[in-house]
Design a protein around this ligand. Sequence first.
Ligand SMILES: Cc1ncc(COP(=O)(O)O)c(C=O)c1O
Length: 399
Amino acid sequence: MESLKTTTKDRYQQYVMGTYAPQMLLVKGEGAWVWDDAGKKYLDFGMGISVCNLGHCHPAVTEAIRRQSGILVHTSNLFMNEMQPLLAEKLVKCGFDGVAFFANSGAEANEGLIKFARKWGNPQGKNEIITMEDSFHGRTLATLAATGRAKYREGFQPDMPGFKQVKFNDIEALRNAITPQTAAVLLEPVQGEGGIIPATEGYLTQVRALCDEKNILLMFDEVQCGVGRTGTFFAFQNYNVVPDALSLAKAIGNGFPLGVMMVRKPYAGVLTVGAHASTFGGTPLACAAGCAVIDALQDGVLENCREQSRYLMEKLQTLAKRFPCVKAVRGKGLLIGVVLDGPASGLLPILNELGMIALTAGETVLRLLPPLIVNREECDLALEIIEQGLTKWSASNGG
Ligand SMILES: Cc1ncc(COP(=O)(O)O)c(C=O)c1O
């Protein structure tokens, strides 16, 4: 009899579009751990790309999904459902005084931000959006145009007009790029896909002041760095800079698809009835998952994130001193990048072999995204595996 892996692989090859090339078959997850079809256990420091922040199959989220799926799954937004405004209220209470629009993914939430900025700017003759080099905002045509890395746009020309990129963390570059047509600045407070690059202290304060001076909207893409990942619910709370609008997705459903655009109260009336819509956005089921995620985060999870972050960062810095192939360790909270002197993709199978899952960011950065509920023993194990992995990786690179 053929193995589950063989039949699954065959089905992928025959029936699934080849936009990804997955090699491992995962069958089960719990907390910081996943299992493959052969029963091998992996410490998961990828968490489905910063999605399962509460760990795999968090009991409270699983229970909320189970419960709500037996009550009411979908109504469309032509009807009210109890869960949607409840989640919006919880999000506001997490520290952003505004209103929410619900979508299903990060790209869709960012599309909402782009439409919001154009709707606000057009009556004033402003419809251009400035974004950052090395940024990532999604794979739809507008979010691709916003994305700083040109390689994602290759083959999909013409680019959607109305976007330009400037160097991140460089206030003069931004100042020079602003024109009377500039409606908004969109940026990730901590760049994820681009290489785990946090905004420098002071930069966001300067960007906020510049946007205020020029009457430009400041919008943060917190799809990857939001929902507790950096140790505060919103990443902007690390910087004490409040944007006019922001997007969340990924971890807000802990695996259940859910995206959110939020705008500050003074802008609540920009998108009026009929101006923007989504059939699935904000279903009772998705919002029940979102509510359970926010409730669970209140349970000391952010404190744990900050504590384990301090520990991991310190230990990784120490490790870096012993490995010349490690150029830097950077990040915020449990969004951590280990900058290497060569392509990081070669390290991933080595870590898999040793029983750990991690990701890359940019070309040379090992990206670590443990669940925010990770404990000290799991961090110690990860450090041990990374050390062994780096030894093998640098040897195979002739180092
Ligand atoms: C910062 C950021 N924005 C947007 C997106 C796109 O999100 P999605 O894949 O849910 O459309 C991502 C995905 O990695 C992201 O990291």
